[in-house]
Design a binder for this molecule. Structure first.
Ligand code: TXE
Length: 491
């Protein structure tokens, strides 16, 4: 089945407000392009404050009934939605691949598998989340309740559209909140499809609302709305700052999952086969457009030549092209603007005397994808120490290599950037692994691996990579207000 069968009017999307499709008040629309072909895929509402107002009001109306339901009733809704996602996984993967440019196989194996897992995980996790009690003996007992916040805003990016939206949606709903979501204007389609399925799953009208539009107009109106009690945001660091600034005067809770410039620290005793395979995944998955991607390889100087040679060979073998082909490893970047941004960094590397070990150019595959936004997977070494490529988030298939003479120097390089999201450590020595993992400034560290995810664990970054953590009880805590109640030992 093609994705057009899932949405009634694929060319012109609507908002979803109060369980119904609603055209935007202003009647204005934005274009949504298919990155692999450069062709127009859909038109989406250019929503403004009136649309946001309606969506927030619908969510507020639905809140008393939804928050009054039992955990089991809410979980049943999420499980039904997960079943529908599983049934329609192929259609949803097709939508996501077309809208993002990522390989269809990746959308299937990573994105849609995770959407289903997110829904089922939080349906269960919230039911297994214990409440606390503190016994004061003669002075009585304290017990702690977790209460829903009310109407919350979910603002998500384009790199993992439904994966990240469902990661926020599921805990927000399980804790009894009602939602207004704004997906990226670059990748609106899968959210529209999910809302259709949510209706079929019996999530009551108004519990989840979807507004499409630009960040500066629609996103900002949502962030500024006085009835919004929390904002869960994943996106760029600069946008995170803007949102935090808007939320601060009203003391609105924010969870900010922002960018990264993640190091891979490779020591001389690393298992080379395992490391090369891991670095290819960590550097280039989803065309390098994952906040966790390790775009800086920091390698012991004794291993540098052997590693870079092997890595350049492996990266050159990645197949770039039509996302629909089964053997495609790398699809298109998200937009023409983003492609240009990545190419500008490559030009800068050339001007600075960097050695391009492989890649370095745009690419125009034969056939239907000739006008798509493709870039060759690129590996660069020998850049000056202060090159911007070592410090700025490129968010594309571009990885740099630097060497270190000692563990201290490696750690200093790893910690020299403003970001602190993730790091990987490659060594056969357990003591080195623990020591380095403890010293590196990152919210997540993988040893001899990358992106091994357990949904119960805390996810998030330090420094410019964000504020707060998501996952397991961290998500459930974010979407709730804590209330302590004291009971005396006798009345
Ligand atoms: O993200 P934005 P962009 C990084 C990456 C990328 C850069 C910019 O480096 O090149 O950010 O990407 C909404 N009020 N990441 O510009 O703008 C916007 O509509 C409220 C890392 O695409 O941050 C979208 O829904 N909302 C990241 C969402 O914010 C606003 C993934 C994210 O868009 C808004 C993506 C505003 N004022 C990019 N302005 C990661 N952490 O994985 C924008 N938005």
């Amino acid at each position: 089945m093609r994705w057009e069968e899932l949405v009634s009017e694929p060319e012109v999307l609507s908002n979803w407000i109060g369980g119904e499709r609603r055209a935007p008040f202003g009647g204005q629309y934005l274009d949504d392009f298919e990155p692999a072909t450069g062709e127009l895929l859909a038109r989406i509402p250019d929503s403004g404050s009136e649309d946001v107002e309606l969506a927030v009001a619908a969510a507020a109306d639905a809140f008393p009934e939804w928050s009054g339901r039992s955990l089991q009733e809410r979980a049943r809704c999420l499980e039904r939605l997960a079943d529908l996602v599983a049934e329609r996984a192929e259609t949803l993967a097709g939508i996501e691949s077309a809208d993002t440019g990522k390989p269809l196989a990746l959308a299937r194996q990573i994105d849609m598998a995770r959407v289903e897992a997110n829904l089922r995980f939080f349906a269960g996790a919230a039911q297994h989340w214990p409440t606390e009690a503190h016994d004061m003996g003669q002075q009585g007992l304290n017990y702690t309740r977790r209460e829903p916040l009310g109407v919350v805003a979910l603002i998500t990016p384009w790199n993992l559209p439904l994966y990240l939206l469902s990661w926020k949606l599921a805990p927000a709903l399980m804790t009894g909140n009602c939602v207004v979501a704004k997906p990226s204007e670059l990748t609106p389609l899968s959210a529209d499809a999910l809302w259709d399925l949510a209706n079929q799953a019996g999530i009551p009208p108004g519990v989840i609302n979807l507004v499409h539009g630009s960040g500066t107009r629609c996103g900002q109106a949502l962030v500024d709305h006085p009835a919004i009690k929390a904002i869960s945001f994943t996106g760029g660091t600069q946008t995170g700052r803007t949102i935090a600034t808007a939320a601060a005067p009203r003391l609105v809770k924010t969870s900010l999952e922002l960018g990264g410039k993640n190091p891979a620290l490779v020591f001389a005793d690393a298992d080379l086969d395992r490391t090369v395979a891991g670095l290819v995944r960590a550097g280039y998955t989803n065309q390098g457009q994952v906040c966790l991607c390790c775009s800086r390889i920091l390698v012991d100087e004794d291993l540098k030549d052997a590693l870079t040679q092997r890595l350049a060979d492996a990266v050159s073998n990645l197949k770039v092209g039509d996302p629909n082909l089964v053997d495609t490893d790398q699809g298109a970047l998200i937009s023409a603007d983003h492609q240009q941004k990545v190419l500008d960094y490559m030009d800068l590397a050339g001007e600075e005397g960097g050695r391009i070990l492989c890649g370095g150019k745009a690419l125009n595959p034969e056939g239907r994808c000739q006008q798509g936004y493709f870039v060759e997977p690129t590996l660069i070494s020998d850049l000056p120490a202060d090159s911007r490529l070592h410090f700025e988030e490129i968010f594309g298939p571009v990885v740099t290599v630097q060497s270190f003479a000692s563990e201290d120097e490696g750690i200093a390089l790893a910690n020299s950037v403003d970001y602190g999201l993730a790091a990987t450590v490659w060594t056969r020595d357990l003591a080195t692994a623990h020591r380095v993992a403890g010293r590196v400034q990152a919210g997540l560290v993988w040893i001899n691996g990358w992106l091994v995810r357990d949904l119960r664990t805390p996810f998030g970054g330090m420094k410019d990579s964000g504020l707060g953590r998501e996952g397991g009880r961290w998500s459930l805590e974010f979407f709730t207000e804590t209330k302590n109640i004291h009971l005396p030992s006798g009345f």
